[in-house]
Design a protein around this ligand. Sequence first.
Ligand code: FUB
Length: 364
Amino acid sequence: MQRVNSTILSITVTILIAACNNATENTAALKDTAGDKAAPAKKAYLSAPLVSAIYTADPSAHVFNGRIYVYPSHDTATGSPENDNGDHFNMMDYHVLSMDSVGAPVTDNGVALHIKDIPWAGRQLWAPDAAYANGTYYLYFPVKNKQDVFQIGVATSSKPEGPFVAEKEPIKGSYSIDPCVFKDDDGNYYMYFGGIWGGQLQRWNNNKYDSAAKLRQADELAILPRIAKLSKDMKHFEGDVKEVQILDKDGKPFKEGNNDKRFFEAAWMHKYKGTYYFSYSTGDTHNICYATGTSPNGPFTYQGVILSPVDGWTSHESIVEANGKWWLFYHDTQLSGKTHLRNVKVTELKYNDDGSIQAINPFK
Ligand code: FUB
């Protein structure tokens, strides 16, 4: 009997050890100390994480075939220390999320693209976006090349959730991070992109790379996001990459020191009642704000804040119409309390009669 008991004990211990080894990604992630901060005070969040089995961020949402598809970054635990270059955001793959409507069950469609299958990639798969054209789904992604310089790549699939097959080279002429691909009503597609600090946009002047280029001083003109028209095959830029002008209400460009309003990263474009809405993150002041214009190329006039700061350093939005309402997708760090382990969320976005967007507080 004693022998039977010790056998049972030994089996139980083995099962427990195996269970620990197979601990969920979340548990593993919670052991990571990069970006640790004091446990967040209990807050009433406006919305709940869309998924909790994996960490997700930078949600680019689209409606394809009547279903909502969300293309997020897939945050993972990393030993990299937190720094202004974003080394702690060391993502390895993408998972596409999908749902019939906001509030319906969310499907994690598994690995859509892994960094090992991108021939030119070095490290850090950051915020992606997707588009549909020519009977094909295109996934656009920023990743550092083997020289540690961010560029933007494209991968294709016959299904919105992938798996995607990456092109062998990055998009020629692309640089920096956070691609957003917008289809205008006339069928033309444009890519907006760029992000400063770790996103390296400050190193690109006149579309030329200078590894020694510094961030601008507070009294210098703010660094601007970029736009490029996409070719019909959706894999190339047609014409030059240009700067996107963002002006204040007096028609003046922002200075770097206007960092509660100037562009930092997370470009997104949507069109509402014929007006182009260019939204973005202000980075170190953590706002999501927007500017409007009458052409996809800009200029855009600053209008205000869409989303005030969330838990966590970064904030990255997308705006999409689904089921007759407009939605703001964003992320915070509710699940982990750590800067680099984020979770995507969604809340309704409302317009006033004059077309302005009602500001959203991410807490109740
Ligand atoms: O996810 C990595 C980076 O953090 C994104 O590219 C930025 O937009 C910020 O959210």
